[in-house]
Design a protein around this ligand. Structure first.
Ligand SMILES: [Zn+2]
Ligand SMILES: [Zn+2]
Ligand SMILES: [Zn+2]
Length: 305
């Protein structure tokens, strides 16, 4: 304990604390204490706060408001979760009287400090936020606008920011068909290999291009996402033909791809299809270092630095 005079008083811990030394107060398992707990929820909690801190910092130009937003989220956590986060972020050394609000204040300061140390990588870091969370956070801010004291003008500005940093997903001139509509291609084997990830998939899972090449959904989606900032039309990785149709058997996948990435009906039907763009240096870079790996590194540095 540090007194105002500068003297340090060391206090001995009561003996009762040593009897129950190896039981974790977070997960209740014996063998470790809360500060060494590896429960997966802790990482998730930390990631959530990191994502929210980045988001609020990027989309709201007023730091006081963005702190309020993080505070709103932290307030929704239990005291146990908050204390776990304090241990995880190494800020448990402080003496805390009013636990919950002190935890919250300390955590806000901690995450903002880390954020400010990494401001130059912020735009990259922003992309670690999943599409779903990005949308969720935006809605949360707007729904909480009363408690955040946001005026209508500020709300508008936030929406402006949101779409500047994360423009809506580009939609491509691709027609999606179910397997019944396009049964001209017959498959001999029951499993198909995706030429991008080399995993094998069943006929029900695979997505077939009009040029009869098969891809898995994850690879195709990340390819579509990688094209968001270019005006290149998506082309087949095997034969380089522009993708104009996709045959998708699974209804849920079909609806998702159609809804998020395809916009065939908006273009006039007789518009000539542009030739595939040559592979430029930026394209190569995008392909070599997958966006996610850069962002994972960024977030890794941000969290652990
Ligand atoms: Zn534990
Ligand atoms: Zn794949
Ligand atoms: Zn092809």
């Amino acid at each position: 304990m540090l007194l105002r005079s500068g003297k340090v008083i060391t206090t001995t811990l009561p003996k009762t604390r040593t009897t129950n030394k190896s039981k974790c107060s977070y997960c209740n398992k014996s063998g470790h204490k809360i500060n060494k707990c590896n429960h997966p929820m802790i990482k998730q909690l930390n990631n959530n706060v990191v994502e929210r801190t980045i988001f609020s910092h990027m989309v709201i130009p007023y730091i006081s408001v963005s702190k309020k937003y993080i505070r709103l989220y932290l307030c929704s956590l239990s005291e146990l979760n908050l204390s776990m986060l304090c241990y995880y972020t190494n800020i448990k050394k402080y003496c805390i009287e009013d636990k919950k609000s002190s935890y919250i204040n300390l955590l806000i300061e901690y995450y903002y400090q880390k954020l400010n140390q990494n401001l130059n990588t912020l735009t990259y870091m922003l992309s670690v936020i999943s599409d779903e969370n990005y949308e969720k956070y935006t809605n949360e801010i707007l729904n909480n606008s009363v408690s955040l004291n946001l005026t209508f003008e500020v709300e508008e500005m936030i929406l402006d920011y949101v779409y500047t940093y994360r423009p809506p997903q580009r939609k491509f001139n691709i027609q999606v068909v179910s397997s019944q509509q396009q049964s001209t291609t017959k498959t001999k084997t029951k499993t198909n290999e995706c030429p991008i990830c080399y995993e094998t998939y069943s006929n029900a899972e695979i997505i077939r291009t009009g040029c009869s090449h098969n891809y898995c959904k994850d690879c195709l989606v990340s390819y579509f996402k990688s094209l968001n900032n270019s005006n290149t039309s998506p082309s087949c990785a095997c034969c380089r033909k522009i993708i104009i149709t996709l045959e998708i058997k699974n209804k849920k996948t079909r609806d998702e791809i159609l809804d998020k990435y395809c916009n065939a009906q908006l273009l006039p039907p007789d518009q000539p299809i542009p030739p595939p763009a040559p592979q430029t240096e930026t394209n190569v870079q995008q392909n070599t270092y997958g966006a996610s790996s850069i962002f994972q590194r960024m977030i890794f540095n941000f969290v652990l630095f």
